[in-house]
Ligand binder design. Structure first.
Ligand code: SAH
Ligand code: MG
Length: 945
């Protein structure tokens, strides 16, 4: 399948990172675990008095089939991973820099390694191969101590690496290693023996009896036979995959048990594939060595011949011949005991569907019969299950392709003229590049959100084969505020396209091309079909089902419902709370297999709480279309034709029962679903989607206009949050000299500090002389908040209980007494437009928040949302109490058209009173806030308190 290998490897050897080399050698068997090593020292923002988690340090452990290493501690996860990989390479004796200059050296190394593997000392070590050695000593007669050559070739990483150096094609076809192993053994005639016509190696002189005795003693406490479940994969696609039970005798060799099931005399005729599946498992495909392999192993190429086992080959990316057994059993470096795990038919089908993008997603949601790979990526917070990037990376690994290469393009928003000089950053191996922005304002913290707020991102992704042939390229147009979202979006496009391909593997190229165009994908048919050669035979077989005609169900005439749905029945009262696009739904459901006439009904899958974003295609379309007709509290029942049977078999642990039902009766699936709850889309997303410029930007512009008009030099932002207003203000020329923010959220304040710090320390033309952030409640008096020219309180009061909001009003106007106070809050009446659904009598009793009403607020943290009348009343009375005048305005929508502005604004203006000085001196010097960050232009540096 792979070509150009020999040139590739020599080129790569010098350029590849340790991790890439590990990946080449071990693929998904290399399991990296990065752990955070906490050290609360610096926080990337001098003077910030809130203890920060970062800068986090990372340590990485790397688990390989025969090795476990731990890296040093690093600031970046990537570096820790590379260090672990480097250590592993060292342990494995792989030196990426050093080539073997002559052909002889790897041969010598091979001989040395094999000598060691059959040495007395090695027998006692914990190593995957020594486990085999010890077990084979229990074999009977001639076979005692005889090890299958295939085991030598796959169980010792160092030896197999040497084989790869001798012939890089070993990577693609590990059975080539067999001939190297046999030839090495032939040269070691002093210490090992090989039998003619047999693929096995045996130590020439027996091990010393004291070592044997030691092993016997260790063995004695595990005298139980073990039953291991495995699956038998016939080479003939007409025969189905069957479960097999391997009876492993405590005093036997497990490969002999497998040999027996394969119909050969003993393990010496069994070949092992590379390990597949999870890193912690020992899943391999086992098959009988074709006769041709026995005949001439000394030839440079072992051309295995026989009927190709397409399914088995598809799983491991190697050619497997004849019937095969997939079993998770073997020895590891972790223990001297035999490791084994059951592989049931269900796990076989789960492995099978995980090779498809949608199957992988369904598994991540544990909802094989209900979930579907969504077609759109809106936001990270609305996504459930594995993220698109993870699925794409896993897909590439599963199909033995190179890791996807992502390039994100940074489109600065503020300075349009510089948008031509995009920064393009390459990200390989799916690693984040959060710290790589060098645009002058990026600060190296994980706190991407705030730093990125001034840029937008687009992402391009490329998929290459193992030998670097370009297969797919995708450059979606969508722009995201976060680079990771852009990466997920691009990944999802590729996955969606692949998914269409997997749904219909016989799709003509023209149609694939058409679908690709729509998704901004370019694919290279020749490379593409080469990479997915076996898919069509494996998956399409499953799609054909078991030759039974799918049931024809009489369709009850239901409008607006997908034709796949039959006998739809919705029960329960219509509560009026209906899902709309982009709302989050929570449902409970169950799916059963039912025979015609409903005589037998067997539960396949159920879920008490399943959450997803409506309209994104996150559930199978018939289910989504049924849900559009439901309201909260209602339940629906319907039947559907059978999906591909690999999905059914992946969902049930009673494979045999289900298979017998499927083959003997006409069946369909019965769905029961209850709509538990609907959550409206979050405020920010709605605002972004509906207003241009976004409402938040319009609020800032509104404030700026007042600052300019009033020539304000001091500003306090009550409830400043992550500093979006303060940050944006710095982009406009104003008369401001002092800006202050107050909030109760330390997390938000930390973000605000970081973003202000980075902006103030790079901006030379700012009028700002001082900036302070306080941690404290705006309902508490603090003299340092008194006497400002302008106060802002944007979209804050609705986050407090109503009495607290009133208290803030009184404290602000009675004590803080800014010349101008701008207060904004959502206009409840406008929600009808935002949510495209009608209000349930807002005037009726706005104080009593029923369950369904609270769902209708723009944000779940909102304690209330006022109508225009409520807001006017509050503001007018407040102004009157404290000698302020008030004017009403807003942003989004208009004052004249119903239902008014989206965000309503009150501008309070202090009336000049004779007894009141401009600078109001207050006797009370209470300090209820804590300075968490402060910046002064005098020394142009942050000063810590
Ligand atoms: N003004 C910001 C943030 C709005 S979100 C903007 O327009 O982007 C509301 C903010 O109010 C949150 O950051 C929350 O922490 C803050 N908040 C809520 N109650 C508060 C209180 N009693 N005192 C200070 N801040 C409060
Ligand atoms: Mg709000």
């Amino acid at each position: 399948m792979e070509t150009r290998e020999s040139t590739e490897v020599t080129v790569r050897k010098t350029n590849l990172t340790p991790k890439a080399i590990i990946y080449q050698k071990f693929g998904s068997k290399a399991c990296y675990k990065v752990e955070e090593v906490q050290e609360s020292t610096q926080n990337g923002c001098p003077g910030l008095a809130i203890p920060q988690k970062g800068p986090s340090l990372y340590r990485c452990s790397l688990e390989l089939p025969e090795l476990f290493v731990v890296s040093d501690v690093f600031k970046k996860k990537k570096d820790a991973e590379q260090c672990a990989a480097e250590k592993a390479l060292k342990e494995l004796g792989i030196n990426p820099a050093a080539d073997y200059p002559t052909e002889q050296e790897p041969w010598d190394a091979l001989i040395e390694r094999m000598t060691y593997l059959f040495s007395d000392e090695f027998l006692q070590s914990v190593h995957p191969f020594s486990g085999h050695l010890r077990a084979t000593l229990q074999r009977e007669g001639d076979l005692c101590g005889s090890v299958p050559a295939s085991v030598v070739a796959v169980c010792d990483a160092k030896l197999s690496n040497l084989c790869k150096i001798l012939n890089p094609k070993v990577e693609a076809n590990p059975f080539l290693a067999l001939s190297f192993v046999m030839r090495t053994a032939a040269q070691l005639s002093g210490s090992v023996v090989t039998t003619k016509g047999n693929l096995s190696i045996q130590k020439k002189n027996p091990y010393p009896s004291e070592i044997i005795e030691l092993i016997d003693i260790q063995k004695s406490d595990s005298l139980q036979n073990t039953m291991v479940e495995a699956v038998h994969i016939p080479f003939s696609l007409d025969k189905t995959v069957q479960p097999v039970r391997l009876n492993i005798l405590s005093d036997g060799y497990y490969l002999d048990a497998i040999a027996q099931k394969l119909g050969v005399t003993d393990a010496n005729k069994v070949l092992l594939s590379r390990a597949i599946g999870k890193a912690s498992s020992e899943t391999r495909l086992h098959f009988a060595a074709p006769e041709s392999a026995m005949l001439d192993v000394s030839a440079d190429l072992v051309n295995l011949e026989g009927p190709l086992n397409v399914r088995a080959s598809y799983f491991c990316g190697q050619s497997i011949y004849g019937d095969a057994i997939m079993a998770s059993i073997g020895y590891t470096w972790r223990s001297k005991d035999l490791f084994h795990e059951d592989i049931s038919l269900q796990s076989y089908y789960r492995m099978l569907i995980s090779k498809m993008p949608s199957g992988n997603y369904k598994l991540s949601r544990e909802a094989i019969l209900a979930a579907e790979l969504p077609s759109v990526f809106t936001t990270k917070s609305n996504w459930r299950g594995s993220f698109p990037r993870e699925i794409l990376c896993s897909f590439c690994r599963q199909h033995r392709l190179s890791e996807p290469v992502f390039s994100t393009i940074n489109l600065p928003l503020k300075d349009q003229s510089s948008s031509r000089s995009h920064k393009e950053m390459s990200v390989t191996e799916g690693v984040e590049q959060e710290t790589e922005y060098a645009n002058g304002r990026g600060i190296a913290t994980g706190d991407q959100e705030s730093v990125e707020s001034a840029s937008m991102f687009r992402c391009k992704v490329k998929i290459f084969s193992k030998c670097q042939d370009l297969i797919i390229e995708c450059s979606p147009e969508q722009i995201y505020k976060k680079s990771n979202d852009a990466i997920h979006n691009a990944s999802l496009k590729v996955l969606s396209w692949l998914n269409e391909y997997f749904k219909d593997l016989s799709m003509p190229v023209e149609k694939l091309n058409y679908l690709a165009d729509v998704l901004h994908i370019q694919f290279y048919p020749e490379n593409f079909f080469k990479a997915f050669l076996l898919c069509s035979s494996v998956h399409s077989l499953q799609h054909r089902g078991k030759g039974r005609k799918l049931p024809e169900i009489r369709s009850v005439n239901v409008p607006h419902t997908s034709p796949d749905v039959c006998s739809l029945n919705i029960e329960g009262l219509d509560s009026g709370v209906c899902p709309s696009t982009e709302s989050l739904l929570c449902i409970s459901y169950s799916v059963s297999l039912v025979t015609e006439g409903k005589h037998v009904k067997q539960l396949l899958e159920s879920n008490d709480e399943f959450e997803f974003e409506m309209g994104s295609g996150a559930v199978i379309s018939p289910l989504e279309s049924v849900l559009t007709q439901m309201s909260v509290g209602q339940s629906a029942f319907f039947s559907m034709n059978l999906p591909p049977c690999e999905y059914i078999l992946a969902s049930t642990d009673d494979s045999e029962g289900i298979i017998s039902l499927l083959t003997s009766e006409t069946c369909c699936l019965d769905y029961t679903v209850t709509l538990l709850c609907v959550t409206e889309p979050p405020e920010e997303r709605m605002e972004q989607a509906l207003f241009s410029p976004p409402l938040s930007k319009q609020r800032v512009e509104y404030a700026v206009q007042h600052i300019k008009q009033s020539c304000a030099t001091t500003l306090v932002d009550f409830g400043c949050g992550s500093g979006s207003l303060l940050d944006s203000l710095l982009d406009y020329p104003t008369s401001l000299e002092k800006i202050v923010g107050v909030d109760i959220s330390q997390k938000s304040l930390s973000r605000a500090a970081k973003i202000l710090h980075s902006k103030l320390s790079t901006k030379s033309d700012t009028s700002i002389k001082s900036a302070v952030l306080y941690d404290g409640s705006i309902t508490d008096f603090d003299f340092r908040l008194c006497g400002f020219d302008i106060g802002t309180c944007l979209e804050v009061i609705e986050h407090m209980e109503e009495d607290q909001a009133c208290m803030f009003g009184d404290i602000a106007l009675n004590y803080f007494r800014p010349k101008i106070l701008i207060v904004s809050t959502p206009n409840y009446e406008y929600n009808v437009i935002l949510q495209r659904s009608s209000l349930t009598n807002p005037e009726e009793d706005p104080d009593e928040k029923t369950e369904s009403q609270s769902c209708r607020f723009r944000n779940h943290d909102h304690k209330f949302e006022w109508t225009r009348e409520q807001f006017n009343k509050w503001a007018t009375e407040l102004a009157n109490r404290h000698n302020y005048s008030v004017e009403f305005s807003g942003v989004g929508g208009s004052a004249d058209a119903e239902p008014g502005f989206a965000s309503q604004i009150a501008v309070f203006m202090r009336k000049i009173l004779p007894q009141e000085d401009d600078v109001s001196e207050n006797e009370n010097s209470a300090q209820n806030c804590k300075v968490v960050w402060e910046w002064n232009s005098v020394d142009r540096s942050d000063s810590s308190l």
